[in-house]
Design a protein around this ligand. Structure first.
Ligand code: TYC
Length: 111
């Protein structure tokens, strides 16, 4: 932590009286990114469940329910990660979907 000092001259004396102002934290918390899965008419439900289990730490009924949220609402946030992790997840999902010729869309946006 850096304590900032403001130079302030006292009015009648012209003396620099130091004023401690807000502390500046040295570390910044990383910006977080939402990873979104979008619905489409062609990707099989089981494939989406598999994606959620493999890349987003959900399993069984939880993965199925999250897939159904995307299916019914059009999209859902399936996880929140730092920039590079989110980017990697999007790439992995897109790569596997294309390999299986599914049009599944996965995107990220700043939280
Ligand atoms: N709507 C797809 C179907 O009925 C299932 C699906 C769910 C597709 C979620 C994409 O992100 C998705 N087969």
């Amino acid at each position: 932590m850096q304590i900032n000092e403001k130079a302030i001259m006292s009015e009648d004396e012209n003396i620099d009286v130091g004023l401690a102002t807000k502390a500046t934290p040295k570390t910044k918390k990383p910006k977080m990114y939402k990873v979104l899965l979008l619905n489409d008419d062609y990707t099989p439900m089981e494939f989406v469940v598999h994606i959620l289990e493999r890349y987003f730490g959900t399993s069984g009924s939880q993965a199925y329910e999250l897939m159904m949220v995307v299916h019914q609402k059009g999209l859902a946030v399936v996880g929140v990660f730092s920039h590079d992790i989110a980017e990697t997840k999007v790439m992995q999902v897109t790569e596997l979907a294309r390999k299986h010729q599914h049009p599944l869309q996965c995107t990220m946006e700043k939280e």
